[in-house]
Design a protein around this ligand. Structure first.
Ligand code: HEC
Length: 200
């Protein structure tokens, strides 16, 4: 390997080059090196590819943003389950209401309706106000989910609560019942239902 020290005259000299073109002063095996900025288009491709590879890795490989296949499948199953429950409304089926009260999207929809239509009388935390408390163990008109459904459906016009059956209708009321149940303790409500049955 030769260095510039023991080399003969160099094939290219700085003085021969146009202005702005820099020649580095080391030589290896007779090979000289320019010291130039890389072309703009070349840098664009380099950093573009680096950026793309990071995004590709995060999105496709690491799945940080779109979730793993498992979570995607879980999400799809949850959506199918929600549709199944929403399409099988049997308002006399207490178990179905309890099942709905464990379904996050149905409860969220019920909460929304509650917050627009019921909150004024029954309070933000369902503790009551003008209307009854909906989270205590006293259910004047019945604590069975199907009875709560009827309370909302028919209302108590003479006591100041309208019938919600016509608007917003069955699906929305069912969701609200699910929301109310989700805020209650199932055992306590079943007990309340039993004692009211015993009372007659
Ligand atoms: C304008 C006030 C008002 C609004 C709005 C209202 N309620 Fe009521 N609600 C009442 C009153 C008053 C009672 C008590 C009726 C009675 O004295 O028997 C009641 C009773 C109830 C009961 C029976 C509770 C029990 O102990 O058996 C349920 C369930 C209920 N409301 C749910 C709802 C839901 C759900 C909504 C929203 C869709 C709603 N209410 C909107 C005033 C209201």
């Amino acid at each position: 390997m030769n260095t510039s020290d023991d080399n003969g005259p160099l094939p290219v000299k700085q003085d021969d080059l146009p202005e702005g073109v820099i020649l580095r002063d080391h030589v290896v095996d007779g090979i000289q090196e320019y010291d130039q900025r890389l072309p703009f288009w070349w840098l664009c491709i380099l950093f573009g590819v680096i950026g793309f590879s990071i995004v590709y890795w995060l999105v496709i490989d690491d799945r940080t943003f779109i979730g793993s296949e498992d979570t995607q499948i879980d999400r799809k199953l949850a959506a199918i389950e929600t549709t199944r429950l929403a399409n099988s409304i049997d308002v006399s089926n207490n178990e179905l209401f309890w099942e709905m009260s464990a379904n996050a999207s149905i409860v969220a929809a019920g909460k929304k309706s509650y917050e627009t239509q019921c909150v004024a009388c029954h309070g933000t935390d369902l503790m009551g106000g003008i209307g009854f408390n909906l989270v205590d163990d006293e259910w004047i008109h019945g604590s069975q989910p199907s009875q709560i459904y009827v309370s909302i459906d028919k209302g108590f016009e003479d006591k100041g609560m309208q019938a919600w059956g016509p608007v917003p209708g069955q699906k929305r009321i069912t969701e609200v019942v699910a929301y109310i149940l989700s805020k209650n303790d199932k055992e306590q409500m079943l007990k309340a239902a039993e004692s009211s049955n015993a009372d007659g």
